[in-house]
Design a protein around this ligand. Sequence first.
Ligand code: MGD
Ligand code: MGD
Ligand code: SF4
Ligand code: MO
Length: 739
Amino acid sequence: MKKVVHAACPHDCPDACGVLITVEEGRATKIQGDPSHPVTRGFLCAKVAKYLDRVYSPERVLYPMRRVRPKGPLGRSDGPSSGLRSVAPPGRPGPAVPTRPEAAQAFQRITWEEALEEITSRFESIVAEFGGEAILPYSYGGTIGVLNGASMDRRFFHRLGASQLARTICSMAGEEGLKSVIGIKMGTEPEQFRHSRYIIAWGANIHGNNVHLWPFIEEARRAGAKLVVIDPYRTRTAKCADWYLPINPGTDAALALGMMYVIINDGLHDSDYVARYTIGFEQLRQKVQEYPPEKVAQWTGITSADIVKLAREYATARPAVIRLNYGVQRSEGGGMSTRTIAMLPCITGSWKEVGGGLQLSTSGAYGLKREALEGTELMLTSLGRPARVVNMVELGKALNSLDEPPIKALFVYNSNPAAVCPNHNEVIRGLQRPDLFTVVHEQFFTDTTDYADIVLPATTFFEQKDLQAAYGHYYLQVSNAAIEALGECRSNVEVFRSLAQNMGFTEECFQQTVDEMIDVALGADNPWLHGISRHRLEREGHVRLNFEGAEFAEQPAAAEPTQAGGDKAFLPFAQGKFQTASGKAELYSEALKSQGLDPVASFTPPGESRNSDQAKAFPLELLARKADNFLNSTFSNIPSVREMEQIGLLEMNAADATPRGIADGDTVRVFNARGEILLRARVNGAVQAGVVSGQLNWAKLTPGTRNINVLTSEKLTDMGNSATFYSVLVEVESFKSSC
Ligand SMILES: Nc1nc2c(c(=O)[nH]1)N[C@H]1C(S)=C(S)[C@@H](COP(=O)(O)OP(=O)(O)OC[C@H]3O[C@@H](n4cnc5c(=O)[nH]c(N)nc54)[C@H](O)[C@@H]3O)O[C@H]1N2
Ligand SMILES: Nc1nc2c(c(=O)[nH]1)N[C@H]1C(S)=C(S)[C@@H](COP(=O)(O)OP(=O)(O)OC[C@H]3O[C@@H](n4cnc5c(=O)[nH]c(N)nc54)[C@H](O)[C@@H]3O)O[C@H]1N2
Ligand code: SF4
Ligand SMILES: [Mo]
């Protein structure tokens, strides 16, 4: 018996690929990209192409387990702040501390009934003694499938009256910055990039993180388009670019303001579009006078001649599009950086053109009925008020804080905070608390399960059904279960359904089936969902959002069919129709003013940057980046994926290495006031002088069992209270190992 099942990749990636899984005798034997999906176009990224290795890995968590050994990875005896003591120097890849089956040895197998019973009784006694808010859910992007990302879990924690988690770790600064101008998270369709003549990848590692946009860019370049990359790190995308502009970290707002100085003063803006569809242009015109290219050059490290050239080329090449990604907003001023960049297509009017505009995210278009999936009203029933909010970026602070009520229980799913959270040493200090009851629902024995009291086995997307939206295109998909759950694995939806039952929650919403929940999600009052039913999705696999029926999506006469299926290009803002309070693109924002921010725009250098006081002790700017072949910390433990990456490196410029006596291949100690890590120096052309770069990885697979987040801070961004992974100062020295 052989069958091919349609699924959708639910990893936290803009591409949301259509996937075809071949199943023989109940076992998945092949995975491929869906050739009929207009963005996937038949290929998958290198890591998901190897997904059978992940699904059938001998390291999967397959049964519920209870801790029988002390918390912490086996083999680590040192305290949380002394990551270097028991360390062999880096240089040879491979685990410093074993994963599984060794990691599983800290646990004893138990039944689901025992696990649910233990969680229920611990939760009940915590609620009785400290109140529901002493329990904190912690989840993020393990799967961003609509149901397994946020539905039954939210209902459960709302009903319990648990603390709320502000899910800010990734994109909130950018979201706020973008919305302050255009009011909604929407932008140019990927398919339209093939029509662009000038493409700027701005803080966007397209080759690594958004690979399905690349073929469209290549198509555009074959027709003569120019690709410009603005990134402090020479990414694979930068290496392929026609023009690479290394920028000093966190200075993008200055660059965008400098470009607008040139565009406006040269009269290259679209006065008609500006007059019709924006507000605040006069204030912006005045504001940009503070940002002449000579001054901007000093902040950004990009010459004034290049700033002028970039501005003129961008404003005159038509159509010109910006792929802005979340890299620029992981800095202290990340909200304002995103805001200023989002102004560019609003003043050049490039939103009018097929292949123009800007894409940061497309997720705002889906408008699914998320409130109904999440059952927010249950919180008001149980608590009578909204529960307190804990920012996920500040997990270290929250777990070690004296605030009342203390966090006595942590329930982690869809996330690996012991690897991905900033200020790692503080996070570990909190997770080690013997009085903290930690449940982790996982597919693997991660850095976080090393601190779990109870581990629950989680299905992969091969084993569960879900609805899939996207943040890099406009197609909805149903993802079908291809195989039976391995071992005793359960999906997020089923885990929280069984917990609700065990806790005696009788509300009907806890009984809803997966199909009923998909129907609920699709039942939103959004014209773009019109005609898209579960049955249609099951039949067709993927369906483009229904822009035809929508009033604000009228096509200008010039828009030719550009989509594979002959659909017309979607130009959301060709005739204004921005989703702001004023209905215009807000170059001046009252809302920002009321938050104490510059209502137009401004550039403030990050507190942790080269010219700040802190730079005296820690003079180098660190980019604590993602790996091209992992997905945040996911995939780091899969050998066939791991061998595609070079891990444990600190990339640096010879201008910084030589005076420190560091040569390529040397072991270096990278440190600041928060922590230290040993890495291997790679002296290459990846970064400019003054900047160093390291990669996210599982802590226990990094020598010293500490990862790059020992160096990052819990400092929040200017908007959206997001993380500042790319505003970090460090010092580096040669490390002479005694062993
Ligand atoms: N292969 C792979 N794909 C992924 C992920 C992954 O880990 N690996 N992660 C997924 C997730 S969760 C997300 S949110 C997306 C994120 O995708 P991106 O938004 O592309 O995010 P980042 O990789 O954080 O940053 C992009 C680029 O911004 C650069 N950068 C850093 N600081 C600055 C700055 O101050 N200015 C400018 N101009 N650039 C800067 C970085 O060097 C990096 O090359 O990718 C998703 N896709
Ligand atoms: N230094 C540094 N730190 C970063 C970043 C960076 O660029 N640099 N990027 C940040 C960003 S953008 C993000 S989005 C966050 C990501 O933070 P996380 O969302 O925590 O990301 P992952 O490391 O992918 O961990 C997800 C975990 O969920 C598990 N999982 C997958 N599917 C399921 C499921 O269906 N159910 C359950 N229960 N578990 C599942 C996976 O096995 C994996 O261990 O990291 C942030 N941290
Ligand atoms: S991680 Fe991204 S590129 Fe890779 S298969 Fe999933 S959606 Fe596609
Ligand atoms: Mo992210």
